[in-house]
Every structure is written in C-alpha cells, then in structure tokens.
Design a protein around this ligand. Sequence first.
Ligand SMILES: Cc1cc2nc3c(=O)[nH]c(=O)nc-3n(C[C@H](O)[C@H](O)[C@H](O)COP(=O)(O)OP(=O)(O)OC[C@H]3O[C@@H](n4cnc5c(N)ncnc54)[C@H](O)[C@@H]3O)c2cc1C
Length: 376
Amino acid sequence: MNNTRTVLVIGGGAAGNAVTILLRRAGLTVDLVEARDDWNATAGSGITLQGNALRVLRELGVWEQVRACGFGFGSVGITAPDGTVLHVQRDLRTGGDDLPATVGMQRPRLQRILIDAVRGSGATVRLGTRAEILDQDGDGVRVRLGDGTESRYDLVVAADGLGSATRAAIGITDKPEATGMAIWRVAAPRPAGVTRTDLAYGGPAYIAGYCPTSDTTLYAYVVEAARDRACLPPDSHADEMRGLARHYGGFWPEITAHITDPAKVNYTWFDRMLVEGSWHRGRVVLAGDAAHCCPPTLAQGAAMSLEDAWVLAQLLTASDTWDDALFRTYHERRTRRVRPVVEASVQIGQWQLDGVRDADVPGLMGRTMTMLQELP
Ligand SMILES: Cc1cc2nc3c(=O)[nH]c(=O)nc-3n(C[C@H](O)[C@H](O)[C@H](O)COP(=O)(O)OP(=O)(O)OC[C@H]3O[C@@H](n4cnc5c(N)ncnc54)[C@H](O)[C@@H]3O)c2cc1C
C-alpha cells in the first residue's frame, strides 16, 4: 500500500480520534484539527458503550484502559416510576462473547483515553483552530486553517460532528432535525446497589434512567418533551432536573440529593439525521455525527461513529486508489447498518411522544441489536 499519502482529520471526537489512530497505524501522515482549545472539555456526564463500540475500541488498542476505567454489565432493568423492578432483560453481546454487553463510562475519561492514543500515534494535532477554506482538484484538497497555515492533503475526513461546517462547505445540505424530546443529564455518586442501567417509563417524564460509569460514579438522565431552551436559564438547570427526578423511587432519592450544581447539569435536545446519497464530495468524506445522528434511545451514536472510522480506515488502507468507487463502498457498508439504527432510535422515541402503550419496543431493540452482532 502507498503510505506516503496525507490525510487531514477535522474534529477530535470519537470518530475523528478513531480514524486518526487507525490511519497512523498504517503509516499514513495524519494531521488532526480540533476547534476547541481544551480538547478534553467533553460535554455530557456519561456514555453507554455497547459491545459493538467496545469491539472498535479494542481494535484501537484502548480496550484495557476502557475496561479499567468503566463499569461493565450485562442487563437492563425496567422499573415502575416508584422503583419496583418489573423486568430484567439480558443485553445482547453485540461485540462478541469475549466483550461485555455494555460498559458505562465517564465521557471525559473516554475522551482522555482516545486523546492519549492519538498523541501516541504520532499524528500532528492542532487545537483551537478550524479548516476555513477547502479547495479541491482531482486528487487532493488544499486547506487553509483559521491560524493562517495552508497545506495540501490527499484526503480530508470531516468528523466535525452534528453541526458539521465541512458538510455544508462541500455542498451537502442535510441538517439535523429535532425529534421533539430533550434530556437532562448529570453525574452523581453511584449508590452501591446500582450495578446496571435501570429505566423507568412513565411518571412526569418519558424516561428516567441511570447507568453506572465507574465503581464510584453513575450518570442519571431524565427525558421529557423538548422545551424552548431560551426559557431555561442555565442557573435553573439543577432545579428543573431535580423537579422531575424527585417523582421517581428506588435509587432516585439518593441520586436526586446530588442534583444541586446547575453547572453540572446538561440539557440537550434529541436530533436525527442521515445524510442521503453519498457521504463524500471528491476527496472530502464524512464520518460520525457529521453523517448521521439519532436520539440515544439505543445508545448507539458513538458506536456508529466508531464503526464509521473503522470501516473507512480499512478501505483506505487496503487500496492504492482513493476514488468514487471506494467512497461509495464505504457509504453502502455504513448505511446498511446506520439506517436501521437511526430509524429504530427515532421510532422508540416517537412511540413515547405518541403515547403508544403497546408498542413492541423490546422486539425492535432485539432485532436491531441482533443485526449489530455482525461485523460492520
Ligand atoms: C444526550 C446524548 C446522549 C448520548 N448517549 C450516547 C450513548 O450513551 N452511547 C453512544 O454510543 N452514543 C451516545 N450519544 C451519541 C454520541 O455522543 C455521538 O454520536 C458521538 O459523540 C459522535 O462523535 P463524533 O466524533 O462524530 O462527533 P463529536 O463528538 O461531536 O465530535 C466532533 C468534534 O469536532 C469538533 N469540531 C466541530 N467543528 C469543527 C471544525 N469546524 N473544525 C475542527 N473541529 C471541529 C468539535 O469540537 C468536536 O470535538 C449521545 C448523544 C446525545 C446527544
């Protein structure tokens, strides 16, 4: 393989970090540019990583660190709002039998592990700047960064997230759409009895849930109808979340006692998007949330982003010819998996918005997770 080629990765989230590590391992020259000065200031308290995400993290060489920092488990509890456990469902091991079904992690810990792996890979990292001008010809892209530097690359990977400016800059007009739901999230100490995710459906919110993220921590969330963000001053966030959480029983009173600091409570709308048609224009290709996003009802967004990186890196490193055919193969392989995940994630939320009580949520989840057991 011709490994003298050069790649610019735009965005240092899960997708951008993963593709950087894999391309560097194959000997390509990779520059990564990240808009934020503080690369580790990742929003959000925790993340649920299912087996298919863990499979990619193992491929990146960071599984042992993820295992050591996270909290592995293999089932999900469905409870009544008062905390009564109604049903315990075993999770499918979507990454294979040698990986846990699920690992909960603090987001900043995951980001730190990936940052260290990117640094260790020998990629050149530029923080606090953006790609401002992308000028393509037949076999490369001239890029000018916000800091005034200019370089030419054989390929640009746009992993700049949901609001991707690169996606717009190459003429792809798809944009995220709000689904009508929003989530309150907070990190809290883990009560000793919390050893898996429990989800309460009903009560004053659509869902109240938590996920252990280490021996000592969890993240808790409450999902409700999206409200006008302008009406929610940030200093009210802890009161708003506590106001919903206090209606739930079981471990919730212990968790709710820690929802006190508005700066630590995150409020986010749910969005959906799947870029239709190809995910590339010339030598610029999308990966991760820049190409697709879904509500976290299946906890698969980062998993899909990591899988994008894995598949894209496999194709790029296996071929000396980076042409439309290669990028079409990437798009076909990914949409086969991403489309059902986006559709199922949106459907599960929509059933709740519509008040459909007899919806077959376990059946839809089961079919989607079974599909994800296959290699991407
Ligand atoms: C409420 C919520 C809960 C979720 N829970 C889960 C879960 O439990 N499990 C799961 O698998 N997924 C979950 N997800 C989805 C997951 O967070 C995303 O799918 C994942 O973070 C996408 O990674 P990414 O690298 O594509 O994008 P991002 O993580 O958004 O990273 C993009 C990066 O690009 C940078 N950037 C942006 N613009 C530029 C630019 N012009 N130049 C340079 N850099 C730029 C940004 O600063 C950022 O660092 C959740 C999402 C939400 C909203």
